[in-house]
Design a protein around this ligand. Structure first.
Ligand SMILES: Cc1cc2nc3c(=O)[nH]c(=O)nc-3n(C[C@H](O)[C@H](O)[C@H](O)COP(=O)(O)O)c2cc1C
Length: 306
């Protein structure tokens, strides 16, 4: 039987398929469903300092090739969120990546100060949420602002690996990744949603989403995600979690060949349910057996070889 285990930043994952942040909303119930269904790791919904109601309904819209979302980081805020995360960390049988979002370096420092003592296996800085205009611009839009957040958190996080989650909505994502690596990031997660985009209901003659604009995810963005992971892989040595439109085992293999060590499977759970994790795992096992692969490591970045 093929061995799907993957080590990422020194943390052992039973398989390479990770639930990306925000796909499951409530901690712990929605996150536990993904674990039961076979996800190899869980990223918690990005926490904000203050509690947030989220954007007006509807917040998610489906179209033929993907999804548009503008959840607006609905969530409990750091005080309540910290308690939920502490409990979830104690019970999760798979590695947990704790995700936080802020637009100010000092808020990221506060998150690190409060959450790193809980000893999460990995700590992810969401530098890239596009749906929260009221909070200001995401730090991931610039190299210097990204690096400032990473280096401030690294000083506090100690041995806990710090990941930078990047936006594709920049002219050169590889430069931002390199700035994060230089600032001490241990890994990169990419990509967050593309856009923003808009869908219009022609009967109501209005944008479908309550917030009008929303980030695009799902199959439509896969080529953008693969290109971003490919570019990042060429620019940095730290390992990558690649995500964006992965829906089949073939997509997962493609993402690894571009340079991803772990693969996020998010919007695909809306299309196929959480059963998508078992489906992709079975496909990967068969592929490994057929190709005679001992470890998925053998696939990472092979598309770069001459
Ligand atoms: C409804 C929804 C909510 C999301 N919330 C977050 C979030 O809180 N933090 C974050 O870093 N990314 C968030 N994302 C982005 C995903 O984590 C992921 O990067 C993106 O959807 C691309 O992967 P996919 O095509 O497999 O969904 C969200 C995406 C969706 C669809």
């Amino acid at each position: 039987m093929a061995d799907l285990t993957v080590t990422y930043c020194g943390v052992k994952f039973p398989n390479p398929l990770v639930l990306p942040s925000g796909i499951a909303q409530e901690i712990p119930a929605d996150h536990e469903r993904a674990i039961k269904a076979g996800a190899g790791g869980i990223t918690t919904k990005s926490l904000t300092i203050e509690s947030r109601e989220g954007n007006p309904l509807p917040r998610v819209a489906k179209y033929e090739q993907g999804f548009l979302n503008s959840v607006g980081l609905r969530g409990p805020g750091i005080e309540k969120g910290k308690v939920l995360i502490e409990e979830f960390l104690k019970t999760s049988p798979v590695p947990v990546i704790v995700s936080v979002f802020a637009t100010r370096v000092k808020d990221f420092e506060r998150f690190a100060g409060e959450l790193c003592p809980l000893n999460p296996p990995l700590f992810e800085l969401n530098l890239s949420c596009p749906n929260v205009d009221d909070m200001g611009k995401p730090l991931g839009l610039g190299c210097e602002s990204s690096a400032a957040a990473v280096s401030a958190v690294k000083k506090i996080a100690g041995k806990i690996p710090v990941l930078a989650k990047l936006t594709p909505n920049v002219p050169n994502i590889a430069e931002v990744a390199r700035a994060c690596e230089d600032a001490g990031a241990d890994g990169i997660a990419a990509i967050n949603t593309v856009g923003p985009g808009m869908l219009i209901d022609i009967t109501r003659r209005k944008p479908i989403l309550g917030a009008k604009r929303g980030g695009v995810s799902g199959p439509a963005i896969k080529p953008v995600a693969v290109r971003c992971v490919y570019d990042i892989y060429e620019a940095v040595k730290i390992p990558i979690i690649g995500m964006g439109g992965v829906t089949t085992w073939q997509d997962a293999v493609e993402m690894m060949m571009a340079g991803a060590t772990l693969v996020g499977v998010g919007s695909a759970t809306y299309l196929k349910g959480y059963a998508v994790y078992e489906e992709i795992k079975k496909g990967l096992e068969k592929y490994m057996d057929k190709e005679g692969l001992k470890s998925l490591k053998q696939l990472v970045g092979v598309a770069h070889e001459l």
